[in-house]
Design a protein around this ligand. Sequence first.
Ligand code: FAD
Length: 368
Amino acid sequence: MTKNIVIVGGGFAGTAVAGALEKALAKSNDQEYRIILVEKKSHFYHAIAGLRSAVLDWDSRILIPYTDLFHNKRNKVVQASVVQLEKGEILLDQSIEEFGDRVAYDYLVLATGTHYPSPAKASALTYEATHANLESLRASVKSAKSIVIVGGGPVGIELAGEIRDVYAEKKITIVHAKDNFLDEASSPNVKLRRSLLTLAQKNQIDTIFNDSVDLPSDLKNHFYSPEDGIVKTNKGQMIENVDLVLLAFGNRPETAWLKNSSLGTEILNANGYIKVKKTFQVDHADLSNVFVLGDAADLSETKLAYRIGAHAPVVVENLVQIAVKKGKPTAEYKKGPDAMFITFGKKQGAGVLPFFGGLTQELGYAAR
Ligand SMILES: Cc1cc2nc3c(=O)[nH]c(=O)nc-3n(C[C@H](O)[C@H](O)[C@H](O)COP(=O)(O)OP(=O)(O)OC[C@H]3O[C@@H](n4cnc5c(N)ncnc54)[C@H](O)[C@@H]3O)c2cc1C
């Protein structure tokens, strides 16, 4: 009987494992396993390019269907949300042909990543709904004369850059709770934070630091037009004549569904990330056949897609070792060098590159 290796989540991590595992199983002449990737969305959303979609309709390029993910027809993509983890099976939010409302697994890979407000990530499940949301956002950005961006982390800065690249005249204000861009705890590089401030000033981006926006309690969307055009901050400042407020904060692990079973709850740390060993097996005595990688894994490193290039080979090697060769996991993860580059539109940006212990690099500064 065919056995299942199930991957939950078809972001950068899930698709990297799916592609590499399909090749590795073929190389081992394996006939025992098929791969099933369960993803709630009909299309992969390219988060790295997502912010530009606030000003540019390239939706058909950044929303990629899963139809060509696998070459071997025995492997499948199932569109459903996984709502519960049990030993040997996962439960779905709906009944799917061939499987019903659950999928049995012999091996499981958790790759559910993180949630982020649109357009950084998408929450709608279909191409049409995501495109409609982005169209509505683009229209709001286009018509707004004054925009407030809440959050001065990498996403807030990059979003400001994308808007400034297309609209030279709009007033853009970033409100950020820290004393400068980013967060000293997670980005201690003082030079980088200073470079970003210079970049913002050269591009006429206003900043309000050490304060936060008093958001409406009934906020349903990832952007809104404030009543009477007034945005109040928690320290009592009033920003007037604001047409649009965009949210650029709130990255949180997509793991709440694991709380629907005691087994799932046991593998979460206090912040909702999944406890992981160096082999990428979930850190739980009863779950040596369950792996986790990507943004959802509890690893003390920046949550960036380039790291997945080093996660996925370890997961695949260990899966082949255990599942196909019936051995013990052999590969262990070693965190690679830290790198971060924050773009500001198409031609500018600043970052820390992994040379000479962390070189701060500024790009662009083209006269506008
Ligand atoms: C605006 C922005 C810019 C970025 N720029 C860069 C960059 O320049 N370089 C870089 O290296 N990194 C960048 N990153 C980070 C990068 O996007 C993440 O590290 C990467 O997306 C993590 O991949 P992942 O597969 O772990 O998670 P995700 O990309 O979050 O994918 C998780 C997938 O799981 C699915 N899923 C979640 N829950 C369930 C469920 N219960 N059932 C079924 N499916 C589920 C989701 O729909 C999603 O498709 C950026 C991130 C953002 C937001």
